[in-house]
Ligand binder design. Structure first.
Ligand code: PLP
Length: 456
């Protein structure tokens, strides 16, 4: 007899993952190597260790080890807020009147409010192990900066955050959460770095961008003894740490014999989606199962759906290694949108390769459609979703409604990456009918793509 599926599927402590899953180890077509911005050759461990902690640099370059142990200290920290609940969206299914079965993995259950803490704690741990004094980073919407501040305070590390200036001004409460955890927060571009000063000279009055804040954080780490740089998305190491999302989800579903047909996630730099799909995609790459994977991005920053697959810089200042990825060009500045976490110009190399190989689909959705889905979801499921996460909700609802038309009882799993408490200005614009759906023209995209470096 089939077990009835509870509203929430819990995992016992001994069912939590003890190893992360390195998806690249399962790929026949490996993502292209990172290039050193100075030599334009594949970057060496030595060069990368000047930017990141040595252990993280090793993880960054490792595309052969399928499983990597999660150190006990990190597992202990994970226990404070994990397992993240896996919820059967019974209320949503009923209200939609769909025969589809919908599940979501909710990662907003910690103070930082998103999945980013899963990698922040790992990056802080390895910095501590190496005997470093602290780390530097950038933050756009503020979720990553908050997560890293929490992780650093747990291990007694200093944390210097460059926060994109418009967020710094628009989201003072985010800034104060970071300071509560002891972080030092600087609006970017700033006069504290050469890159920042140069950008300010060229574009006085600029409200900043993620690419620029990254350059400032990297420069600061390079000039300080005992500091390294930390990044909250895009990197291989971040996807590795985020595999905890997919591993927990799969263990929970397996307990009830549930197999998803469709797996959906929002995609900014690609870390939550890469983590959610990791064990499922690994099965598929071994020919053991078949799933439909859907990446959802904003129509205002359509990296996968309208970008180019090419080597590009990860930052505006061109100080970081180059990555082969779907990109809109490192000079592309997306229109101001309310999904700060999805405004990055590139996509992690692993998902880029899987997408290029036809193993994953991508959809671009407009902002007001996303907020319609967000509000609908809040009213029926109770959780106030982050705008970023609501991209996945939008497509999950769309797929469930297709099932209603066809009568198919598909099982849908989507990632609900965080809560929207700090995004109420966005919700206010939506409620007041003042939200717009800016979609860049082909000419605008062509400008960003024209700036791609000439590397094969
Ligand atoms: C940062 C963020 C994202 C996007 O980042 P990915 O690396 O693509 O996962 C999505 N949702 C929330 C809540 C975020 O904070």
């Amino acid at each position: 007899m089939k077990k009835e599926i509870p509203y929430k599927i819990y995992l016992e402590e001994n069912e939590l993952p003890k190893q992360w899953l390195n998806l690249r180890a399962f790929m026949k077509n490996k993502p292209a190597p990172l290039l050193d911005p100075v030599t334009m050759q594949p970057i060496t461990l030595d060069a990368l260790s000047n930017v990141f902690c040595t252990e993280l640099a090793k993880q960054e370059l490792d595309d052969t080890t399928p499983y990597i142990d999660v150190p006990q200290e990190i597992r202990d920290f994970y226990k404070m807020y994990r397992p993240a609940p896996l919820i059967r969206a019974y209320c949503l299914e009923k209200t939609l009147g769909t025969p589809a079965k919908i599940y979501y993995k909710f990662e907003g259950n910690n103070t930082s409010g998103s999945h980013k803490l899963n990698s922040a704690i790992a990056q802080a741990y390895y910095a501590k192990e190496q005997g470093l004094k602290g780390v530097t980073t950038e933050t756009g919407a503020g979720q990553w900066g908050t997560a890293l501040s929490m992780a650093c305070s747990y291990f007694g590390l200093d944390c210097k955050v460059f926060m994109v200036k418009c967020s710094y001004e628009q989201k003072p409460f985010r800034r104060e959460v970071m300071r509560t955890y002891g972080a030092n927060v600087t609006p970017s571009p700033s006069t504290t770095t050469a890159v920042g000063r140069k950008i300010l000279e060229e574009f006085p009055g600029t409200s900043g961008s993620l690419g620029c804040a990254i350059s400032e954080a990297v420069e600061t780490a390079a000039n300080l003894d005992g500091y390294r740089y930390a990044l909250g998305s895009v990197l291989n190491q971040v996807l590795l740490h985020q595999s905890v999302i997919g591993l927990e989800s799969k263990t929970a579903l397996d307990k009830y014999g549930v197999t998803p047909d469709i797996i959906i996630g929002c995609a900014g730099g690609g870390s939550n989606l890469g983590g959610l799909i990791a064990p499922f995609m690994a099965e598929q790459l071994q020919g053991k199962a078949h799933y439909q994977f859907i990446a959802v991005e904003p129509a205002s920053c359509p990296t996968l759906t309208r970008g180019k697959y090419a080597y590009d810089y990860c930052d505006t200042g061109k100080v970081c290694p180059l990555s082969k990825m779907y990109t809109l060009g490192s000079g592309f500045i997306p229109a101001a949108s309310h999904s700060g976490g999805l405004r990055y110009h590139g996509m992690t190399s692993t998902l880029s390769q899987l997408y290029d190989d036809g193993l994953m689909e991508a959809r671009a959705v407009e902002q007001t459609k996303v907020f319609e889905a967000a509000e609908y979801f809040a009213r029926v499921e109770g959780i106030l979703p982050a705008p970023e996460s609501s991209h996945a909700i939008r497509v999950a609802i769309d797929e469930a409604m297709k099932c209603k038309e066809t009568g198919e009882e598909k099982t849908i799993l989507f990632g609900l990456t965080g809560t929207g408490y700090f995004d109420m200005v966005a919700y206010e614009k939506f409620h007041d009918g003042k939200m717009n759906d800016y979609v860049p023209t082909d000419e605008e995209l062509a400008k960003g793509l024209a700036g791609l470096p000439n590397v094969e």
